[in-house]
Design a protein around this ligand. Structure first.
Ligand SMILES: O=C(NCc1ccc(CNCc2ncc[nH]2)cc1)c1csc2nc[nH]c(=O)c12
Length: 246
């Protein structure tokens, strides 16, 4: 998969892709990341990339032409067609389903705005979809682009080893994770649930499932509705709640 990031700070996103699983995906040739800076395509001796908004109001708006030239350069760098995603507070909210959708493309071009955003005409002409990473205010689209790079890199075949795939799958079952413990068994902060030391793998799996169900019910009941619980799940959750009420 090839991802081109259009940003005034392209090194920002490159850095986020230099470590861990994502860095390894790059080394394995599963993901290539390229940055394009609109300022390199800005005209005039001030090389402007932004201007004051028509109609007045605070902040600045990114100009059409430097962005358009940078997008064109990115498109031209590889013959494969690219999906252009504008990182925007007005976008659809990113979730794992959207990540899977984006990861299926051979190429993505991620457009990162700064200031108040981008001239609407550029968005209409060049952008396929707008994506937000949540309802909070960031200083630009770069962190959102880095989130997408990380999440889609993990889904490239060969990016994760078996253990890491298990971690990925556990999230994808739609529930929150169970608690995790490692050595020492005894610690001033407390001990370890006996079931985890029992060696009884059926009991351990049941306990972990019950903890996932219980924590999801307590912290993210919204996820519970979609999770499609089995009869066994519902019994485990009932027992969890009964234990809390006791
Ligand atoms: O570029 C991004 N943010 C920069 C930014 C933030 C706020 C405003 C203010 N706009 C005026 C307004 N908004 C609502 C009503 N009036 C403009 C630009 C961004 C990309 S994806 C993402 N995902 C989550 N959060 C984000 O901020 C982002």
């Amino acid at each position: 998969m090839r991802i081109d990031v259009i940003s005034l700070f392209p090194e920002f996103v490159a850095q986020c892709a230099a470590f861990g699983v994502v860095g390894r995906a790059g080394e394995r040739g599963l993901l290539s990341l390229h940055g394009w800076n609109p300022r390199d395509y800005a005209e005039g001796n001030y090389r402007r990339v932004d201007e004051r908004p028509f109609g007045g109001g605070p902040g600045m708006v990114m100009l059409i032409e430097p962005l358009r030239a940078a997008i064109r350069a990115a498109r031209a760098a590889d013959p494969a067609p690219a999906r252009v995603v504008y990182m925007s507070p007005q976008g659809v909210r990113l979730d794992q389903a959207k990540v899977r959708e984006l990861a299926a493309h051979e190429r993505l071009i991620l457009l990162c705005g700064r200031y108040e955003g981008v001239d609407e005409r550029l968005i209409q002409a060049e952008v396929d979809e707008d994506v937000s990473i949540g309802d909070y205010v960031l200083s630009g689209g770069e962190l959102a682009a880095a989130v997408i790079v990380d999440a889609v890199a993990r889904l490239q075949d060969g990016a994760l080893n078996d253990a890491e795939s298990a971690v990925q799958d556990s999230f994808e079952d739609g529930l929150l994770d169970c608690p995790h413990y490692t050595r020492p068994v005894e610690h001033e902060l407390g001990g370890v649930p006996a079931v985890l030391m029992s060696g009884n793998h059926a009991h351990i799996a049941r306990w972990r499932r019950q903890q996932s169900l219980g924590r999801t019910w307590q912290r993210r009941p919204d996820l519970l509705d979609e999770a499609g619980l089995s009869k066994a799940d519902r019994k485990l959750l009932e027992a969890y709640r009964a234990e809390l009420a006791a």
